[in-house]
Design a binder for this molecule. Structure first.
Ligand code: DC
Length: 223
């Protein structure tokens, strides 16, 4: 099996780039952020606080998360219900960032992620894929861009999906999440030593996709 790990901060374009590249290569694209989002969503849905580790951990017994690939698209299921769309709000982003700092939550999701990589060729994106989940990945990429650039992209995505959000608030949330994700004690967001750093600031999405595909094809010896 072949594995490509893509890590980086929120909004760097990881998911769009990884999804398109996976389609091209015939790999499955695994968005691991969706798993943390599902836990955050579930904890809040149960009326518990995502800020309180004890409450979050006590809820794990009642949470069953599953990823299914329908026509090549990842869907995430919480206790049998497809929550893929419900977990996309800015509110759930913050819940996800909070629960992701809890070691038991990361442990809870670890096997699921490794298991997918053991059975499929994968492009997996997240924060700790190259450093923790798939340390032996064939290729590791750390994708980044300035917070302003990332907030602009997120803003555009929300507009396109018909959701009205405040730009300044989005930028603040991105900065807050960057801070949370890179300062937590367990599996913080950081570039693996053997990861390739790609800064997409100022690139169009097409340029970034093109660049990444070239790198991947080259490294994996595809054509
Ligand atoms: O990629 P995303 O924005 O959907 O991720 C949501 C949150 O989940 C993010 O703030 C940090 C956390 N996360 C993580 O800790 N480890 C991962 N591999 C993926 C996401």
């Amino acid at each position: 099996m072949r594995a490509i790990a893509i890590d980086g901060p929120a909004g760097a374009g990881k998911s769009t780039i990884a999804r398109k590249t996976a389609q091209e290569l015939g790999f499955i694209y695994v968005d691991t952020g969706a798993l943390y989002r599902t836990i955050g969503y579930a904890v809040n849905h149960f009326g518990l606080s995502t800020k309180k580790a004890g409450e979050v951990v006590s809820a794990l017994d009642r949470i069953h998360v599953e990823l299914k690939f329908i026509d090549g698209e990842q869907r995430v299921f919480l206790n049998g219900e497809d929550v893929s769309d419900l977990i996309r709000s800015p509110e759930v982003s913050m819940f996800a960032s909070e629960v992701s700092a809890i070691p038991k939550v990361r442990e809870f999701l670890f096997d699921l992620q490794q298991d997918l990589a053991n059975h499929h060729d994968v492009i997996m994106d997240g924060r700790d894929i190259g450093t923790v989940v798939l340390p032996n990945a064939d290729l590791k990429i750390f994708l980044t861009a300035t917070a302003e650039d990332r907030a602009k992209r997120r803003y555009q995505q929300f507009l396109e999906s018909g959701t009205v959000v405040d730009f300044d608030r989005l930028l603040e949330e991105i900065k807050q999440r960057d801070y949370n994700d890179s300062h937590r004690e367990i599996a913080p967001l950081r570039q693996a030593e053997d990861a390739l750093l790609i800064d997409t600031t100022g690139n169009t999405l097409e340029e970034s996709i093109d660049l990444l595909q070239k790198i991947i094809r080259n490294r994996l010896g595809l054509e």
